[in-house]
Design a protein around this ligand. Sequence first.
Ligand SMILES: [Mn+2]
Length: 329
Amino acid sequence: MSDSCVMLTLADLCSFLKKRDNYLVLTHASPDGDTLGSAYALKLGLKKLGKKVQVICCDEIPHKYDYFIFDHDCDFAPDTVVAVDVADIKLLGNIYSQFENRIDLNIDHHISNTKYAKRLYLDGNAAACAECVYEILDELGVEIDRDIANALYTGVSTDTGCFKYANVTARTHEIAARLYEVGVDAADINRKMFDTKSKSRMELEMMVLGAAEFHFDDRCMLLSVTSEMQQKTGCTGSELEGVAAMSRSVEGVLVGISLKQTGDTTFKISLRTYEPLDASAICKSLGGGGHKAAAGCTIEGDLAFAKEQILTAVKKALEEADAGSDTTE
Ligand SMILES: [Mn+2]
C-alpha cells in the first residue's frame, strides 16, 4: 500500500524498540489469541525494559482471555504506535481511519500484509505472530517469565489449532519448549481455548450443522451462520469464532466455508483449505486475503448472492487444481 514502508530485520527492529518509548499497541478487530497474546507479551516485555505501554482493541475482549490484563487508563501520551498480527490497516476495525499513516511499526506473519505501516517486521514462516514476538523479546534480552510465556503460548497454540495445522514448524515446537521451561500453563490454556464451549455455542453448532451444504463431489462444505441463528441461540460476537474450522473434520473435504451474517446484507466469509488449494488466493479474488490454509473476505448482498460468489470462486480453484494434477500425472 504505502511505498515508504521500510522492511526491518530483527536487529533493526530491536534497536528501534530500545530507542522509542510510550507505546500504543493495537490488535485487530474480533481479537483472537494470537493478536491478544502477541500484544500482551510485547507489553510485558517492553515494560521490563522500563517502557510505557498500553494495548487497545476496538472490540470487546472475549472473557476466555481474562488472564491478559489490559488496563484502560493510559497515564501517558502514546507516541509510538505498533500493530501486531494486523495484516491490513482495515482489520483494526472501526478505529482504523484514526490510525491511517500513523502506524510506526507493524509486527506480523501474514504473507498478505499490505505494508501500511512506516516500518514492518514480517516473518511469513512464523506460524503465529507470537513466534515473532518471542524472537523479538529473546533478541532484546528480556527474560521470559510465566506471564509472558502464557501470552506467547496462547498466540502460538491458537494460531496452530493446538499445534496441529500445517503451519507448525520445528521452530514452533522449540519456542513452545522454551515456554514450558519457564512454567507455562499450557494445559489450562488449551482447555480454555479448545475444550470448552458455552451452551449457546453448542446450540448454534447444532443449527449450523443441520443446515450444512456439500458441493463439488462433497469436496466443499459450506456452513451458514445467519442472524436468525445468532438471535435464536444467543451465540454472537466472538463466540462465533472457529465455525469454518468445523468443516475440517469431514473426510474428503478440501474446502470448508463459513458465511457469517454480520449485517442485513453483509456476510463475513472464512475459508479453510487443504493442499493444493490456496485459501488466500481464493479470498483475494473477492477482495480479502489471509494465509494459504486459512483466509477470509466480506461479501455484500443476500445469503444466496454471498453463497454464489464464494462457491463460484471455489469451483474455479478446484477446477484449476484438477487441471494441474491431470498434467502432472
Ligand atoms: Mn496470527
